[in-house]
Design a protein around this ligand. Structure first.
Ligand code: FNR
Length: 186
């Protein structure tokens, strides 16, 4: 087996019963052994403010260190008003600064979006990809993961209860492992 890679998982929803968090939990279970997934929480990050660059809140410093320590990043997000939830955009911004110290740079990434609606968070997925270009995150192109009708995928225990989605997500995580192996710098 190739060296095991640490993947920071960021969830775009802050709510307790989040579909995207359930999906992220499923992805942890379905990931190949080449990947070690760990959640990095974004809900406690104060809004990015450039005035605080010289004396940053501890939550920013810890968050930046967590991303720096990871080999790769996986985003699992809902769509808010056809875009990325503010909490996730804030996390991207916090990690990108101070200028010249972008912690995302060079880390292979992947994006999964999920929604109860049919288009599976496509808008959020692609707005996120736009930021990832500037942040220098090589984001996996295929397979794309827009998980629609996602409110129907989980049983009352929050476990994935759909075999074809399980198979797709397993393939997605294997492709991501391959993507990381190909694109990682060290
Ligand atoms: C939404 N929702 C939503 N869904 C969608 O497919 N496209 C959208 O643009 C939006 N916009 C939107 C804005 C805001 C502010 C909220 C709170 C919700 C619905 C959303 O997909 C649904 O609430 C999901 O359940 C949110 O994901 P989590 O929290 O379950 O992971």
């Amino acid at each position: 087996m190739d060296k095991q890679r640490d993947v920071a998982v960021l969830i775009g929803s802050l709510r307790k019963d989040s579909i995207n968090r359930k999906l992220a939990n499923a992805l942890v279970q379905l990931a190949p052994s080449a990947l070690k997934l760990g959640f990095v929480e974004i809900g406690g990050l104060p809004f990015y403010n450039q005035d605080d660059d010289a004396n940053p809140p501890i939550a920013w410093t810890q968050f930046r260190a967590s991303i720096k320590a990871a080999d790769a990043v996986l985003f699992v997000t809902p769509e808010y008003n056809r875009s990325v939830p503010a909490a996730l955009k804030n996390a991207l911004d916090v990690g990108s600064r101070p200028y010249g110290q972008n912690v995302w740079s060079g880390k292979p990434g992947a994006v999964v979006s999920a929604s109860p609606s049919g288009i599976g968070g496509f808008g959020a997925n692609h707005h996120l990809r736009q930021s990832l270009v500037f942040l220098n995150v090589p984001a996996m192109q295929q397979p794309e993961a827009y998980i629609g009708a996602a409110d129907k995928l989980f049983d009352t225990n929050g476990e994935l209860a759909n075999d074809s989605t399980r198979k797709f997500l397993q393939q997605f995580m294997q492709a991501f492992a391959d993507w990381i192996a190909t694109n990682i710098k060290s």
